[in-house]
Write a protein that binds this ligand. Structure first.
Ligand code: SSN
Length: 492
């Protein structure tokens, strides 16, 4: 790594650049290291501790040992520590954003936006820590009293993706910590530096040794570490964001120990524009939803369905908007689309675009790879149901636009997938808004909006898009066990 040319040389606080893993409050070098690269330049940014199964066992033991002390704190004590972590994340927004852009590629303004978004989960659950309320129930016999307690589930593991290197950690870890659970985090091997900086800030905030552990590992060790986590009887909950394929594997591996699982898996989001929509607003919404993070979010619209009466107008305006997008290194001013994360991602986008072209799609914008890991923002009209992009999540900057005639046709096409995470539609007709919102088989529906996530709403999917909800007061549910108390002999 050449620190003179590295974007990380400009950190205001260079001590946030951590490259070792964290177990029981100690930074651990590991017996080998793996490289973290800048996807915009290919430059090496750092080498990071490559831990394995034995280290994972140590982290699980450390978390288990720290559990009693952490759950023994009052909710308010945990809340104060979480609030301090939130303050530190926000105070270091510039550095965290810089680290994120360097290793993930998203434009700096978007990266700083993710710091605000990620920190907001810590702030939210700092407050929710004080609202884990139990219940008293009417007795079925006057000699008894009935109560419900909510208790922390135990050691939790968070396995997190590269597309939101901070927010997907805080959305899982903040409710776990708030509920009184210790955690083991396995961040994505492509983006461990943001995660490690956040862990350093957690220590500075006063999170005790063993309560927050971070296992960094390369791709092959990550699989081995995942197996240890799934097989452990001590780990009582796994939260994972990533592909449906990996989610299924984690579920299968966790079956013998019957763990609770929160899974936020693949999507194939439809974005429907009806004849009665405000077309300019729909164009803005589609652009924001499709090209955010270069199309690499699980809620990015994957398939645009436009009704025949407004198809030509929408397509012309949308293509014109997409042509204004500036592609480049996320540190350059005005860039709104950075590189894709890796070669395999570029290949998938190109495969989907080529398949659409071969099946009659009309390329209106882009369609090709640029040099390095960049891909042109792409729009293809006349998309059809037999194209790969109709069935698979592209996870890149490619928008296929399908034409439909009737409301029912659009709803059927939208629901014709095993996925059910986010969906979007544009209409000004109140009857249609209720009909379509109720008919879409999705966990989240954006109506006349292209962006819908924030910390106090329940984020999650149905069907093979996952289990559970993150964020909002529901986001605490998976981290507590419900215990029923039946107290007798009251009249003695
Ligand atoms: O990619 C998954 C998370 C997307 C979001 O939180 O908006």
């Amino acid at each position: 790594m050449d620190m003179k040319t590295s974007p990380l040389a400009l950190l205001k606080d260079p001590t946030l650049l951590k490259t070792d893993a964290l177990i029981n409050g100690e930074w651990v070098k590991g017996s080998s290291r793996f490289d973290v690269l800048d996807p915009a330049t290919g430059q090496k940014l750092a080498d990071v501790a490559n831990l394995g199964p034995a280290d994972a066992e140590k982290a699980i033991a450390a978390a288990n040992a720290a559990w009693a002390g952490w759950k023994g704190k009052t909710a308010k004590e945990r809340s104060i520590i979480l609030r301090k972590w939130y303050d530190l994340l926000m105070a270091n927004q510039d550095d965290l954003g810089r680290i994120m852009t360097a290793e993930q590629g998203k434009p700096l303004a978007e990266a700083k936006g993710e710091v605000t978004y990620g920190a907001s989960f810590v702030e939210w659950f700092a407050e929710e820590a004080k609202r884990v309320n139990g219940e008293t129930l009417p007795q079925f016999d006057n000699n008894r009293r009935l109560m419900v307690l909510k208790q922390p589930i135990g050691v939790c593991a968070a396995i997190t993706p590269w597309n939101f290197p901070l927010a997907m950690i805080t959305r899982k870890v903040a409710p776990a910590l708030a509920a009184g659970c210790p955690v083991i985090i396995k961040p994505a091997e492509l983006t461990p530096l943001t995660a490690l900086a956040a862990a350093e800030l957690a220590i500075r905030a006063g999170i005790p040794a063993g309560v927050l552990n971070m296992i960094t590992a390369d791709a092959s060790n990550s699989i081995a570490v995942g197996k240890v986590i799934c097989a452990s009887d001590v780990v009582r909950h796994i939260s994972f964001t990533g592909s449906t394929e990996v989610g299924r594997i984690l579920m299968a591996q966790s079956a013998p120990t019957v763990k609770k699982m929160s899974l936020e898996l693949g999507g194939n989001a439809p974005f429907i524009v009806f004849n009665d929509a405000d077309i300019d607003s729909a164009v803005e919404g589609a652009f924001a939803s499709k090209y955010r993070n270069a199309g690499q979010t699980c809620v990015c619209s994957n398939r645009l369905y436009v009704q025949e009466g407004v198809y030509d107008e929408f397509v012309a305006k949308f293509a014109a908007k997409v042509k204004t997008a500036k592609v480049g290194n996320g540190f350059e001013d005005g860039v709104n689309q950075g590189p894709l994360i890796e070669e395999a991602a570029l290949e998938k986008v190109q495969r989907h675009v080529d398949d659409a072209k071969a099946k009659g799609g009309r390329v209106l914008v882009g369609g090709n790879r640029l040099s390095g890991q960049f891909f042109e923002p792409t729009v293809v009209a006349d998309a059809t149901a037999d194209m790969l992009c109709a069935k698979e999540e592209t996870f890149g900057p490619f928008a296929p636009v399908f034409k439909f005639k009737t409301e029912q046709e659009a709803v059927d096409a939208a629901n014709n997938t095993e996925f059910g995470l986010a969906s979007y539609f544009y209409s000004r007709d109140i009857g249609r808004i209720y009909r379509v919102a109720e008919a879409l088989e999705y966990g989240m529906v954006g109506i006349n909006v292209g962006i819908l996530a924030t910390e106090h709403v329940p984020f999650g999917g149905v069907k093979q898009s996952g289990l559970g909800r993150e964020g909002s007061h529901h986001g605490m549910d998976d981290y507590v066990e419900i215990k029923y108390l039946c107290l007798g002999d009251i009249q003695k």
